[in-house]
Design a protein around this ligand. Structure first.
Ligand SMILES: O=C(O)CCC(=O)C(=O)O
Length: 274
């Protein structure tokens, strides 16, 4: 697959709306491998570890969320620098044209949502964290976090589509009707929010500072998505997961550079503490 480069239209739409939809981002073989991996996830209780990945649902209603899923098998590794988006996320969040150029992965999550599940509305420009902030200045993007949500199943009406409030990454006011994340308020009918329907294999790219969430799934069956969050090379993962040496050792140099942009600085042999 050819590496997709950002176009002037991508820049215009990303700046205007805060998101892009990447059609047919992932090839059928890889989708099959990822779905096969999902089929074989074990039953995990919230908080339970599976190797170096951990089930850690964001809320009681988001459903199964396997964090650090890049440790869950080789197909997940192929997404790290996937040609459909790696140049885009690097362009938006990778500190282009400066001494710390490059991206790292802040979080990577395998998510399964069933009927009744949803992800409450959150983010938006108003008092947003620097970690997810949108910025374009002096001819370069300086976003704190750009997310990829890859659909492994079709996500249509009733399937629990991700919803966004287009343009809200720049908003200077709180949304007066947005509700409360901690209370688990649903965003299904939020004024200004639109669902982004995806076909299996499409990916949604958006700046985390965009107001967003997951609408209620009302259909039977599963919504399966992968969420990979990219940030600047110098940042640290939200929950401080550490990668296993086995994973780091087998990655291509390009992938290792993204998971570990800066190797730990240690003396060659342990030195006595003076
Ligand atoms: O599940 C979704 O569609 C949205 C996910 C989300 O809001 C997030 O991970 O921040």
């Amino acid at each position: 697959m050819e590496r997709k480069q950002p176009t002037p239209l991508d820049d215009f739409l990303f700046d205007l709306r805060g998101y892009l939809v990447l059609k047919n981002a992932v090839e059928p073989d890889l989708l099959d491998d990822l779905n096969h991996a999902f089929d074989n996830f074990p039953e995990l209780a919230p908080g339970q570890w599976w190797g170096n990945a951990q089930r850690r649902d964001y809320t009681d209603e988001t459903g199964f969320e396997l964090h650090n899923c890049v440790e869950a098998g080789e197909p997940f590794e192929r997404l790290v620098d996937h040609p459909s988006w790696i140049s885009l996320v690097t362009h938006f969040a990778g500190e282009e044209k400066c001494y710390v150029e490059g991206v790292f992965i802040d979080e990577c999550i395998a998510s399964i949502r069933t009927s009744g599940g949803h992800h409450p509305v959150h983010s938006g420009g108003f008092q947003g964290a620097v970690r997810g902030a949108y910025q374009y200045k002096n001819g370069v993007f300086r976003c704190g976090q750009v997310n990829i949500i890859l659909a492994l199943t079709d996500v249509r009406e009733g399937d629990g589509a991700t919803m966004v409030v287009p343009g809200s990454h720049k908003s200077n006011f709180p949304h007066p009707l947005a509700g409360d994340y901690a209370a688990g308020d649903r965003m299904d009918t939020l004024e200004g929010a639109v669902p982004l329907y995806l076909e299996k294999g499409d990916a949604l790219l958006f700046v985390d500072g965009l107001m967003h969430g997951g609408s209620s799934r009302t259909n039977p069956g599963e919504r399966r998505v992968l969420i990979y969050r990219y940030g600047p090379s110098w940042a640290r993962t939200r929950f401080n997961y550490e990668y296993s040496q086995e994973l780091l050792d087998r990655l291509t140099p390009e992938r290792r550079q993204i998971l570990q942009p800066v190797a730990p600085a240690r003396p060659p042999v342990a030195q006595p503490v003076p």
